[in-house]
Design a protein around this ligand. Structure first.
Ligand SMILES: Nc1nc2c(ncn2[C@@H]2O[C@H](COP(=O)(O)OP(=O)(O)O)[C@@H](O)[C@H]2O)c(=O)[nH]1
Ligand SMILES: [Mg+2]
Length: 245
């Protein structure tokens, strides 16, 4: 894990904290699905959005974190799924987080109307979803940020700048890179993300491989830290609520 700012939550706490974070991620279970933002349940639980280009490895990353083969479905018609799938995480009687699997983007064969619909859904969700605590963006480590990836960063940047929404970029399929390529991929991504840096911003980036389980434990710990307030620390003082979504 390479935090971009001194504020970024670096995983720590040793084997026990790692096991606890993985156990937390493994509790993920399907909650509901929505085809429009106004169908999303109003929710006070911290929500973590998973976003990424079609084929970037988003479903695989979610399934790997949750240690469930089919939690996030691999779409049979790539790029066509405009649904937002929500998963609940934490103790069943007292869930402490929601994971939101947002529509993949950038699939070439999608017609223009669907692309525009996607833009509206994503821009509105990222700007307005009241309980959005963090965004996990999957970027193929071999390709780096595409124009659409950067567009998405721009939509959420205002809330990242204030620290209201955290950002973690997973450079996926890192097993396909050799050591030198991996270092270059990380460095290039850091350069792009440096544009988002502010005093308050919590932005991280890490190499990730579902195949080799690289980064899985660190990512679980970061996501848990976004949602679970350690005993005695009280709720973080945040900015005023943006308009409800
Ligand atoms: N080598 C390798 N392939 C991966 C990894 N993660 C995903 N893939 C492959 O990348 C393709 C797209 O993955 P998927 O999770 O469906 O991407 P999504 O469209 O972003 O949900 C599939 O063929 C996966 O098997 C990884 O860590 N390593
Ligand atoms: Mg998928």
């Amino acid at each position: 894990m390479l935090p971009m700012t001194s504020d970024a939550t670096a995983p720590q706490g040793g084997a026990h904290a790692t096991r606890a974070a993985l156990a937390w991620a493994h509790t993920a279970r399907f909650l509901t699905t929505a085809s429009q933002l106004d169908q999303l349940p109003g929710n006070d639980l911290a929500e973590i959005a998973f976003v990424g280009r079609s084929n970037a490895g988003k479903s695989t990353a979610i399934n790997t974190l949750a240690q469930q083969r089919q939690l996030a479905f691999a779409s049979k018609t790539p790029g066509r799924t405009q649904h937002i799938n929500l998963f609940e995480v934490g103790p069943r009687e007292a869930p402490d987080a929601v994971w939101a699997d947002l529509p993949g983007y950038g699939y070439a064969a999608v017609e223009r109307a669907a692309k525009l619909r996607w833009q509206k859904v994503m821009a509105d969700y990222l700007a307005l979803r009241r309980n959005l605590a963090g965004v996990v963006q999957m970027v193929d480590s071999r390709h780096g940020f595409t124009a659409l990836d950067r567009q998405l960063l721009e939509w959420v940047a205002p809330r990242v700048a204030t620290g209201e929404v955290r950002l973690l970029v997973l450079l996926t399929k890192a097993d396909k890179l050799n050591r030198k390529e991996a270092a270059a991929s990380l460095r290039t991504a850091q350069e792009v993300l440096a544009e988002l840096a502010t005093e308050q911003a919590d932005v991280g980036v890490t190499l990730f491989s579902a195949l080799k389980r690289q980064g899985v434990e660190d990512v679980a710990q970061v996501l848990q830290s976004w949602c679970v307030v350690p005993p005695g620390e009280g709720p973080a003082a945040g900015p005023a609520d943006p308009p409800a979504a």
